[in-house]
Structure formats: C-alpha cells, structure tokens
Design a protein. Structure first.
Length: 673
C-alpha cells in the first residue's frame, strides 16, 4: 500500500469514527454536538472517498445504511439463548400477586425492580462480534427467527460498530424496533396521498418495514430502536444488576429508554405504572404497558423460568386500545385549509379508558378502501390524543340496510362547490376567501410577508379579530377602525395606528402578490408570477378556461382545476370585488415577448446558504423569465448551490444538471442582461 493509500485509509477511518461518535450523541445521549448540515457534510465526504476507493468499504461503515440488494426470502436464525415472552398483569391485584410470589421465593421483605416502558414494536436480537454488527434476527417463535441483517443496518439508531474498545468478543443485544408516532402519521399520510394501503398502527408499520425483502424500502421508513436486554455473551455478565448492565450497553453506543428507573417494592411499581399512564400520550412512541424486572441478576438466576417466561419479570399492561362498535352515521367536517373530511359518528364505546363517539375516516379513498358503510360493525383504535380511527370493518356483520358513504357536492359550512381533482386523495371546499371554516387561515395567508405584507398583523391578532367577529373575510381588514383595534388585547393607540398605516401601504401591490394572497390551492409565488405575466390582468385570468390556463407554463390539469374552481365561486368573486373597492391596486403588468426574456423556459433551483435572501435572487431570476422550482428534476436547467447544500445538490449531480455557485450565477446573469 502506497503512502497516499495509507493516508486515504486513515482519513476514512477518522471520518467513520467522527460519524459514529455523532450518531452516539444523537441517538443515545439525545445531545447532538453538530447541526444536521455538518453531519451530512461528513457523511458525503466519506461517501466520496469510498466511491473512489471501493476496496476500503467495510460492512460497519456508516455509508452502508442505504440498503443492500433485495432478498428473495429471509434465512432462518437459531437463537443460542431463547427469546422468551413475559407474563402479563392486567390489574394492581395481579401485580401484587407477582410481587408476593417473588418475595416468597427469594425470602425477602422488599424487592428492588428495574422499570421501563413496554414498547409497542418488534423484538430484535443484534449480534456483535469484536464490536461489529454481524447479524440482526427477529424473535420468531423464541427459538428460531428470521435474518433481517440487511434491513437492520439501515436503521440509524442501531450502531454498526460499538463505541470504545472494551466490549465482549460476542455480545447479543436485545431490544425493540419501533416507529415513532410522528413518523407513523407522516408515513400513512404519504400512503393516503398516493392512494396506497395504510398501516393500522405503529407496531404493524414497524414490523412491515423491517420485513421488507428490499432493504432500500426499509431505509426510507422512520424506524428507531431501544435496547432492553441481552442474549449470548462471551463473558459471564456485563454487571451485577440489570440497571447497571443497561448503563454498560448505553456506554457501548446502544440507545436505551430515557424512562428507565429503579423502584422499590410493590408501591414503587404501582407509582411508576401510574406515572407512565399519565405520561403515555406525551411520549414520542407508542407503549402498551410497563415492564418490571428484578434488578439483581443473582436474584434473577435464583428465580429462574417457568414454561416460556421468566419468573423475575412481568408486563403490567394498559387497558386495550381497540374495541368493537357500530357506525351510526357519517358526517363531513371542513378543516382550516378547506379539506372536507368524513367523520364517523359511532355508537359510544370505551376504548383505552375513554368513551369514543367519533372516528376519523381521513378521506373518501380511505372510506372506499376500507369499505366503510353506515350501519357497519367496526374495530376502532385510539392512541393517546390522536383522533380515534376505524381500523377495519367486519363485513360478516353488515346489515342489509347498510348505506354507502357519499361525498357531498357542496360544502356543509358555506355551500361552495366541493372538488376532488383526479389523482388527489383529499376533497376540498372551493370557498377559500368566504368559508367560515377556512377564515382564519385565509386571512393569515393574505396578510403574510410574501403576500400582502401587512406588517403587525400576526396570527394571534388575526384570531382575536375573527373570534370577536370584527372581520369575516380579508376585505374586512380594510374597514377596521382605530376604536375597534384599541379595544383588543395588547393593542394601544400607537400599535393600532401602526396597523392602520400598514393596511394602507398594503393597498399598493402587484398582480402577482395579489394572486398569491388569494390562497388558491397549489398556486404559489412562482405560479402567481407566471399567471400575472401570461394573462396581464385579473379580469383576463378570472375569465380563463381550464384549457387556457393549461397553456401557461407549469400549470397542469390539477392546478388549472383549482384556479378555475376558485374563480367560479360567487363568494370568492364578491370578496375580490370588496378588496378592489377598498382601494387595492397594482401597476399594469407589462408582458414582454418571450423572446425578449433572456431566461424564458429555463428552470432554476436554489439550495444551501446564499449570501443574499433567496426571495431577492428568486425575483431577479423571475424578472428574466425563469421559473424557480422547489425540487430538482430532469426538467431542471440550473441548480444554484450555496454553503451546506444537501440532497438537492446530490440529486442534481445524479441527473447531470448544471450546478452553479453564486459567483457563476452572477456571471451568467451579467452576460445575458
């Protein structure tokens, strides 16, 4: 090996060590030292070096989390130390019986227990040899599981190499792979938007994600991991107690639950269970109970096992989170963004200690997929503060008079048309400027900096104005008086006058800003600019057909439908007339011939930290006829990359898109203007 090769190898080793350390800070200590952008930079540097020197890639490199080739099937793994299940307690009395049995068998007055949440995920066995992860296996039947090593490697919370150098030659770590609540909701939302099947709960999502034959799919799923024990060890034990052993695992880089505690006797167990029941809904992950283990490992050994469970541990379970009930009716609610959502009215049923009367059905695609009908018997699931949802229907119990759910043609709140564009999962009310359900959100957007830029009109003030019925639509803002404003909370004479002055200034705007302020679905700043240039006047745009709208660059069938539907509503047109009557105006739009626009037809994407505000650069490019997009595609002509540019820069490289730094962009603009 040459001196240069040795230098590269050392550099790669140093980068791996740094990345592993920062993974430890992030996943185990929950105390990151560097921002995500710096972590991404280190990882990209390592990826680049390994791409140049593939012979130096090792299985424990942080770059190997992206997923290996798809598998035809999982191979079988035999557990040297069986992965046993736990006995359950469903009441304080059963918990007291467990404690009494343990005390009698050990001849002790009081027992010290290790307590931790019972995660609702999938049990996993991670085998490390000489500090390197060599195998990941599911629990299976406790004696034989499935080899999911390739998938386990994609989970960022699981270290590919243990921290430090004082680890056993063989160490099997056992724990739970789970999907955090937020990740689960986002995963299901993406599936709903694509018309794909959703997961019933985070546990199913975690299990389904880990058992993908293609590890690249697992790599896209938001999975995490907490350790709660061990299997085969090449040493006698890690420490003398369970709690001390978990501290050893944490020191080696294993994430463990921050809720782990040591409690004294039955009273300590009951208090901990009650505390976790209160805290349950605020946790970032689902739990279905609490696990108590005798803390002293010698006492554990003396207690031994019975059947398929240890005598020294028990799971105190929470009340069931699912129950059977009947759908009595389905009504439709309108959200703040106009989404029209079906809500099932249920025969009241207790789920997880709470009486449930309603359940969300998300959208009509979900209603059709689950085939929910009025009169059906259904399973309802409740998870914390999340709105209860219908998990599945029991078609065998369907009555003959069960009725199908029908999407209303008109908004149940304001009467405007309800549309559901082809390819979209969500139906929406088109009365954006008028609909009371959307009122606050429409006014906040209207007043925002990139829309009408009404300085001093913040979210809380908008909410006060709407709640006190001083405004019903954006046009009412221009009728507010000093007396009305000074009567509001935290609004003095000076603040009121400042807001009135800001409202007066906002009347002088541009057609593009006004269009953006209207809050038409899918019409952002770039599209507003394009529409203003294409049509030249509000009147021409209002009269445009969907076919004419689609002749505008970057306006496809869905966006054209949204625009046409918005202007078709009498309520929206009335509010626009009120706004114009209040004095809102703009200079006539000059529509230069396309051939005179130096960047006409060119698409730019801005990424990373730039020396000037992005909005300023964006406006400069748009003035020259360019389109400024938010994501990179094959149709992108240029990507302008600043410091700490991330995934967009990588995508541009993959697609062969021209990449410019700011200096190169300025040079390009200077040459064409």
């Amino acid at each position: 090996m040459t001196r240069k090769d040795e230098g590269v190898k050392a550099q790669i080793g140093q980068l791996r060590q740094q990345i592993n350390y920062h993974n430890y800070r992030y996943y185990v200590l929950d105390d990151p030292e560097i921002p995500d952008s710096e972590y991404d930079r280190l990882l990209r540097e390592l990826q680049a070096l390994e791409a140049e020197h593939p012979e130096l890639i090792t299985p424990d490199s942080p770059t190997q989390r992206v997923g290996a080739q798809p598998l035809k099937e999982f191979s079988e793994v035999r557990h040297v130390v069986p992965m046993l299940s736990l006995g359950n307690a469903f009441s304080d009395e059963e918990m007291a019986d467990f404690d009494e049995r343990v005390r009698k068998l050990l001849g002790e007055e009081q027992i010290e227990y290790a307590a931790e949440p019972k995660l609702d995920g999938l049990a996993i066995n991670l085998r490390y040899e000489r500090g390197v992860l060599v195998q990941g296996a599911t629990r299976g039947d406790g004696h034989r599981g499935e080899d999911v090593t390739s998938n386990v490697r994609t989970i960022g919370a699981i270290p590919l190499r243990l921290q430090g150098d004082e680890w056993p030659g063989v160490l099997e770590v056992r724990g739970e792979i789970f999907m955090p609540k937020q990740g689960f909701e986002e995963l299901n939302e993406r599936a709903r938007n694509k018309g794909e099947k959703t997961f019933a709960n985070p546990r199913n999502a975690a299990a389904g994600s880990l058992r993908q034959l293609d590890p690249k799919i697992t790599a896209t799923r938001p999975l995490s991991f907490y350790a709660y024990g061990w299997g085969e060890l090449s040493v006698d034990r890690l420490a003398d107690s369970y709690s001390a052993s978990m501290a050893v695992l944490k020191g080696l880089g294993m994430p463990v639950s921050p809720e782990q505690q040591v409690v004294q006797g039955l009273e300590g167990c009951l208090a901990y269970f009650e505390a976790m029941a209160q805290k349950r809904d605020s946790l970032e992950y689902e739990i279905d109970g609490v696990v108590f283990k005798v803390n002293d490992l010698e006492q554990q050994q003396r207690l031994g096992y019975v059947s398929r469970a240890p005598r020294w541990a028990i799971a105190r379970k929470f009340p069931a989170q699912e129950a059977l009930t009947v759908v009595k009716d389905v009504e439709f609610q309108v959200g703040r963004t106009g989404a029209v959502t079906p809500v099932a009215r249920l025969q009241p049923v207790e789920v997880g200690g709470v009486v449930v009367r309603n359940a969300t059905l998300h959208n009509m695609d979900e209603v059709r997929k689950k085939d929910v009908r009025i009169g059906d018997t259904v399973y309802v699931r409740r998870a914390g503060d999340v709105i209860p949802e219908i998990v599945r229907v029991l078609p065998e119990r369907r009555p003959k008079d069960a009725r199908e759910v029908v999407l209303p043609a008109h908004c149940p709140v304001c009467g405007s048309d309800v549309i559901k564009p082809e390819g979209e999962a969500v139906a929406r009310c088109t009365g954006g400027l008028f609909c009371p359900a959307q009122r606050k959100e429409a006014i906040k957007h209207f007043a925002s900096r990139r829309a009408m830029d009404i300085e001093g009109l913040g979210d809380k003030l908008v909410e006060q104005l709407v709640d006190q019925e001083l405004i019903r639509d954006p046009a009412d803002l221009y009728s507010l008086t000093r007396e009305q404003l000074t009567g509001l909370e935290r609004m003095g004479e000076k603040s009121a006058q400042n807001l009135l002055d800001a409202l007066a200034r906002s009347k002088e705007t541009t057609l593009a800003h006004f269009l953006y302020a209207l809050g038409i679905r899918e019409v952002g700043e770039a599209t507003s600019q394009t529409l203003a240039r294409q049509f030249g006047s509000l009147e021409a745009l209002e009269k445009a057909t969907e076919e004419q709208l689609q002749e505008t660059p970057d306006v496809g069938p869905i966006v054209a439908t949204h625009i046409a539907a918005f202007f078709r509503q009498p309520h929206n047109r009335e509010v626009i007339e009120k706004l114009l009557g209040a004095g809102i105006h703009w200079p006539e739009v000059e529509v230069p011939p396309e051939e005179q626009q130096a960047l006409a037809g060119k698409t730019f994407v801005l990424t990373g930290s730039l020396s000037r505000p992005r909005s300023e650069i964006k406006a400069e490019l748009q003035e020259l006829g360019a389109r400024v997009a938010g994501s990179v595609s094959k149709k992108t002509d240029y990507v302008v990359a600043g410091e700490a540019a991330g995934s967009k820069l990588e995508k541009a490289r993959e697609l062969g898109v021209t990449i410019l730094d700011e200096e190169q962009m300025d040079k390009l603009l200077a040459e064409i203007t």
